[in-house]
Design a protein around this ligand. Sequence first.
Ligand code: HPA
Length: 251
Amino acid sequence: MLVGIIGGTGFFEPAADAEGRRETVQTPHGPVQVQVGKLGEADIAFLCRHGPAADIPPHAINYQANIEALALLGCRNVIATNAVGSLLEDLPPGSLATPAQFIDFTRSRPHTLFDRSCDKIVHVDMTEPYCPRLRELLVSEAGRLGMPCRDGLTYVCTEGPRFETPAEIRMFAALGGHLVGMTGVPEVVFACEAGLCYASVCVVTNFAAGISRQRLTVDEVHQVMDKMRPRLWELLAATVNAIAADPAWQE
Ligand code: HPA
């Protein structure tokens, strides 16, 4: 069974040791380049969220096509990586977290996969937008590898591409947000609409604006991601191999 991996910032290359072939998948919302291959014993379909050339900004990503491509390839489980700012003083740069909830502050993105006239109106349930079973597996594999991954947090998605003001971050914190990023939504929504079991591993690259006294730069985001990438691949490999090895995931 193919497991989908959506690589975010800093994951512009497929896994160094993942063998595979590049494919262009034609979807109702456009073509997507995917690498289909092996990560250890597991079959994976990997795509770069920001495109193969890493040049698509968060508000211009074709989230619909990306999710449709993985669904069309037959993926039922999808793990995404996301760089985030932390609103929590005890969750410093270099930490991992897997959100359980999101708050949507995007404003110019498609809202649904069902945006064409279709024979039914769809209202997808969002009680548990991130698959609890996949989150649990990620947390347990991360623990086994000695890299704690905090579960149960709330991800706030902004439109970007600018960073937030400290006032916005104070508002997000007051609303119950713990992590802030620009790419988690609508990807998770479309994954739910496509019936996929989807979870995100968030890498904290910085304290959010105003929590950190320093100005935020994209360089610091990339520096932390570059440092974390090898270990994150270990976690992804362990998780997809646990899925591949367990008959309960094949049902
Ligand atoms: N804000 C929004 N997106 C981000 C951040 C941030 O602080 N860090 C990494 N992605």
